[in-house]
Design a protein around this ligand. Structure first.
Ligand SMILES: CC(C)(COP(=O)(O)OP(=O)(O)OC[C@H]1O[C@@H](n2cnc3c(N)ncnc32)[C@H](O)[C@@H]1OP(=O)(O)O)[C@@H](O)C(=O)NCCC(=O)NCCS
Length: 200
């Protein structure tokens, strides 16, 4: 659970709220990633079991089991129905999942957040920064959001460098609660549609 975010809360008009919900509900593809299906549970479990993937991410299923990952996927299918969330996977074609994107949307604030990860074999080669930039543009353009809010743990230097390097604004710190009730401190960043467009 992500309490306390987004930090900036500007109510969206009823028309924009409906437009965002419809866009989330209708989304089917994010770059080379497709929507997660229940049968992806074993492949996604393998990705989430990588310590370099699960250590920095508070929103992953805990305890981490194939069944809990299946429930996580099914919950995201229900979130998409409501227009509030999406789960995408990058499928290598042979059953291995090489990355995932977990998009949380707050239609009432025209705001969204993405959590995600790549397989460790792909880390530190610029792939994450490139993919994140494309996803941020997609969230503004295809989901009609006005604000992105991102978090990272105090130890997650790679994500901190990525967000600072993309000119996200640091907004302080919140406590994030994992599905098993344990907590961790998170740094928070935000980026508006106007700020993102001005980067060119
Ligand atoms: C976060 C993640 C998607 C970033 O993708 P990536 O391809 O590994 O990162 P990049 O190669 O684009 O590097 C991003 C920045 O971190 C720096 N960096 C990369 N590896 C680093 C390392 N081992 N130590 C310190 N800095 C590092 C890069 O130099 C770059 O900073 P710069 O632009 O100032 O030079 C990926 O590392 C990942 O999946 N991590 C595990 C899950 C996670 O932390 N998710 C984010 C929280 S939801």
């Amino acid at each position: 659970m992500a309490e306390g975010i987004p930090i900036t809360r500007r109510p969206a008009s009823p028309e924009q709220v409906e437009r965002i919900r419809a866009a989330v509900h209708g989304a089917g593809q994010l770059g080379d990633s497709r929507l997660a299906r229940p049968e992806d549970a074993p492949g996604l479990y393998a990705l989430f079991s990588e310590p370099k993937v699960n250590a920095p991410i508070y929103s992953l299923p805990r305890p981490l089991t194939v069944e809990n990952v299946r429930a996580f996927i099914e919950d995201h299918i229900a979130q998409r129905e409501r227009g509030e969330g999406l789960l995408f996977v990058r499928d290598s074609g042979d059953g291995q999942i090489m990355g995932y994107s977990d998009i949380q949307v707050w239609p009432e604030w025209a705001a969204g957040e993405i959590a995600g990860g790549l397989h460790p074999s792909l880390h530190s080669k610029g792939t994450g920064t490139q993919g994140a930039a494309q996803t941020f543009t997609w969230m503004f353009e295809a989901l009609y959001l006005d604000l992105l809010c991102e978090t990272a743990s105090l130890q997650n230097v790679i994500t901190q460098r990525m967000l600072d390097g993309m000119d996200f604004r640091r907004m302080g710190q919140v406590t994030s609660t994992r599905p098993d009730g344990t907590t961790r401190e998170s740094l928070v960043w935000e980026m508006t549609r106007e700020e993102w467009a001005a980067r060119g």
